[in-house]
Design a protein around this ligand. Sequence first.
Ligand code: FES
Length: 241
Amino acid sequence: MATAQFLALSSSSSASAAARPRACRAAPSRVCVAAAAAASSSGEPARRLAAEFDPAIPLACAVTPPSGWYIDPGFLRLELDRVFLRGWQAVGHIGQVKNPNDFFTGSLGNVEFVICRDANGKLQAFHNVCRHHASLLACGSGQKTCFQCPYHGWTYGLDGTLLKATRISGIKNFNKNDFGLLPIKVATWGPFVLARFDNSSQDTVGDVVGDEWLGSASDLLSRSGINTSLPHICRYFVTTI
Ligand code: FES
């Protein structure tokens, strides 16, 4: 069982989507739906079903995908692989990390992350996993001057630096500098905090983030403006993946 913030939880969006079926251009053709039903029962992978999707289907001819697609673990894995663990994802609101030492945590699939603003005001993102024995490090959200692992007490600065290491006596050539938190790419666009979990080595600068995240829609949104007066409401819910 895992708890995560709504912006960061792909699996829940899939599950909640099951409660609101609708026809849309993203729906497969009738032929595809029939094939899907047959394929699901025979255990064929979701990847093949997704490959049959035809985005050119007119809306009037589209049908609602089978409800099983929304709860099929195979589709969840495919969504994570093809969508959520590639490219930028909205993981929070800038109001959550407005001041130095603010932080919040979340997860995307099985990736745990922590977003924070370090003492110098720089936005940071890390895998929320201790470098000692891989305990979950930070919990929830709030303000902290450092992250201390609840397991054996390794302590990290909000810039990811390992400040204190315990239980290392007898370990040869241990260098604290080699055991900082593992970074995740982070950026902001409008009021959104974005992170990307793939191994893209590309450095993203300035306005490019919007294009990478939203494509041509970023320009439209920038010109039309985003209503930043809307309050940020943080919701939590529970999934069983
Ligand atoms: S697992 Fe974190 S200090 Fe040991």
